[in-house]
Every structure is written in C-alpha cells, then in structure tokens.
Design a protein around this ligand. Structure first.
Ligand code: F3S
Length: 393
C-alpha cells in the first residue's frame, strides 16, 4: 500500500504510540483487502460504548488508547448501556453497571469524542456530505450514510472506527470504491407496504449481501432510517438504492440482475416464521434506531390518545439528546402519560435481561438481537407502533 511520508512517520511512532498502533490496524486491514492507499476521512462514528457489549476487556483497551491519543476528526458515539444522566429511570441498572458505564463515558470524553450517544448521528450530530469518505461503525448509520446521503464508508468495527478517528484516515477498499457501490439484485416492492422495518428485514434476509436496488413508489423519506437498519442486520448490507429517491440510483445497470417481487403476504409469512407477533409483553420499547423528533411527535399522538391502564407494561421511548431537544413538548406529554423517555441508550445495548423476559417492539433490528440467549434473552412480540398501542396499552 502506498503511504505518504507523513503516514509513514505516523506508522513508525513519531507521533506517539497510540497513533502508531491505530495506523498499524488501518494499514493491516487495508492490506488484507488489497487497498492501494489511505483516504482522508471527514468524520467517524464509534460503536462499543455500552458496558454490556464491551465488558472489562473493552475498558482495558480504551484506557490504553485514551492515555495516549485524541481523535483528529469530528467523532460521535453510539448509544451507551443506560441513560447517562437519568439512569434512575431504568430499574435494570445496578451500581456496578452504572459505575462501569460512567468510566467508559469518561474514557471517550478524554479522547475528545462528542457525547452524542446515538446511532442516528446523520439526523443532526454528525452529518456528512455527498462523496465524503467517513469511517462509521454503527451498521444502521453506515447503510444510511452510503444510501441516503451518498457518503462513503465501510461497516467498520468499533476499534477500527476509533483508529480512523485518531489518525484521520481509512483505507481505500469496499464501499469507498465506485464499482463496489453498484446494484446486485432488484426488488420490486408493492406500494401498499407501509412497514419499512419488516421490509428491510425481509430484504436483508433474502439478499444477505450485495447492493439491493428497490423499485418502490410512494416512499416516505423520513422513515428510510427504519428500512436500512434491519437490512444491515438480517443481512450484511452496507448500501441500497431506491429508484428515483437515493442519490446514486442512476449509476446502475439493471440488465441481467435477479428480480424479486415483495408484497404484504411475503412480509406476513416472514414475520410469523422468523420473528413472532404474539404474547404478553413485560416491556414495550420504541426507538431502534433511536427515534427522530418527527417519530416522537407521531408516537406521542398515538400513545397519549388514551390514558395508561394500571395493567399496562412499562413503556420505553428511546431517542438521542439532540432529537429530544427538538421534541420537548411531546416528551413532557409522554412522561406525564407514564412512558419513560430514555436518552443515550436503547433496548438492545442496555441490560434488559436483568428484569424483563418479553418485549414488544416495532423494530425488526431489535427483533433480531433481543431474542439471543447470550445477549438479551427476550421473547419478542413484533407489531407496528399502532398495533402495539391498540393491543397492549
Ligand atoms: Fe440503535 Fe440500539 Fe437499534 S444502537 S439501531 S437503537 S440496536
């Protein structure tokens, strides 16, 4: 791989050990993928914030890095394992978890990373431009940045994104290269489909990898964040195109590509076979990906239309600090109604297994992770937000 003189000096340790180690990770991974050079990045998004997901080994690694380096580009953080300022709202948080989580937060602060705690940085905390090279680790944000914005990022692991944040570089392979961003399969989607989360899961599960090209008329743009997140989870997809909507769709040649039709019957069968939509939830959790201000406003209308019953399960509404600042009135109304609005965290990366055994969600991404025995061990009840409110509140 070609390195400039300055990049060579970084690698040799002339700028300190953490920069040398970070450069070494980036160059080694780049060589593995036959990258020819390094690219300057304009931003990074780091994952691996929750104590639940990184544990003691993660803390040890972050201590080492934070003692020796700071980030060199604007960098945002994924959600943590609890609401950083109001953890007392979450009955699941014990003293040990709280102190470990706060320790992690301090380590990231020391490195100069913005305390955003969101998987939707593209909604305001960290917005790249078309064509920017970036190094983002959160798969739902990666697919959004590539598809909807036209920025360029691979699905980075947490340590690799952090290494890029420190050095300001990523290596030139995968989604940074024009020809790897072309469609590999076409989906023709029935315009009656409204559940973008379930649709994303179906596409991800079917395609598994590659770049889906969707022919989908009548798209609601602000809901596209909910389409990409499960696509990137049920498959390892980093980008998709939508005809007439996304910025790079015109660059594709669809001749010879497999074509798949999707209608509501396909989605219902998928829901029954792979997720499940029946049962009595102990917890209802909205916000995976974390809710936008517009989604909070919509949810507020649906939820507060009727009073909370004494038998209703606990309701979590997960969003970011930035989005919460845009929906203060609705958040106050939801809390008065009896919902818990949680910032900085989500139902997947917080330790819900400490208290709950069954959770209702309207997120097909959460439906993928929550049932895993070694992770959250939940029985999942998937429904749309309206169905959840009608059935359980
Ligand atoms: Fe975000 Fe948590 Fe879902 S980090 S995409 S809300 S799993």
């Amino acid at each position: 791989m070609y390195l400039t003189n300055d990049q060579e000096r970084m690698l040799k340790g002339e700028y300190g050990i953490a920069i040398a180690e970070s450069m070494n990770i980036i160059v080694k991974i780049g060589e593995l993928y036959n990258a020819d050079k390094l690219l300057k990045i304009t931003s990074a998004q780091v994952s691996g914030i929750s104590y639940k997901t990184i544990g003691e080994a993660g803390i040890k690694y972050l201590k080492h890095v934070s003692e020796n380096a700071k980030v060199s580009v604007p960098t945002t953080l994924n959600p943590a394992g609890m609401d950083i300022e109001h953890w007392e709202k979450m009955k699941i948080i014990d003293d040990n978890f709280r102190s470990k989580q706060l320790e992690i937060v301090e380590l990231y602060k020391k490195m100069g990373i913005k305390q955003s705690y969101t998987c939707t940085p593209y909604l305001g905390d960290n917005i790249p431009s078309f064509g920017d090279h970036i190094a983002w680790a959160e798969s739902s944000a990666v697919i959004y940045a590539n598809s909807i914005i036209g920025a360029r990022t691979n699905r980075e692991g947490g340590p690799l994104a952090l290494a890029s944040a420190i050095t300001g570089y990523t290596s030139n392979y995968g989604m940074h290269i024009e020809e790897n961003r072309k469609a590999t399969i076409v989906f023709e989607i029935d315009r009656k489909i409204k559940d973008y989360s379930l649709l994303g899961a179906y596409i991800g599960d079917y395609a598994q990898e590659g770049i889906p090209y969707l022919i989908f008329n009548n798209v609601t743009k602000y809901l596209l964040k909910n389409l990409g997140a499960p696509m990137a989870t049920w498959g390892s997809i980093a980008m998709y195109h939508i005809e007439g909507v996304t910025p790079e769709y015109k660059k594709n040649n669809l001749n010879g590509l497999e074509r798949v039709k999707i209608d509501e019957k396909n989605l219902n069968e998928f829901l029954k076979k792979k997720i499940g939509n029946e049962g009595s939830p102990e917890l209802i959790a909205f916000g995976c990906p974390l809710l936008s201000a517009r989604e909070i406003k919509n949810l507020c209308k649906i939820i507060t239309a009727k009073p909370k019953k004494s038998t209703s399960p606990e309701v979590w509404i997960c969003t970011s600090r930035f989005m919460a600042s845009k929906a203060k009135k609705e958040i106050a109304k939801l809390e008065k109604w009896g919902a818990k609005v949680l910032l900085d965290t989500c139902m997947v990366v917080s330790p819900i297994e400490n208290l709950y055994g069954s959770t209702a969600v309207n997120s097909a991404k959460a439906s993928y992770y929550l049932p895993k025995k070694s992770f959250s061990n939940q029985k999942i009840i998937y429904n749309t937000d309206k169905e959840i409110v009608e059935k359980y509140l």
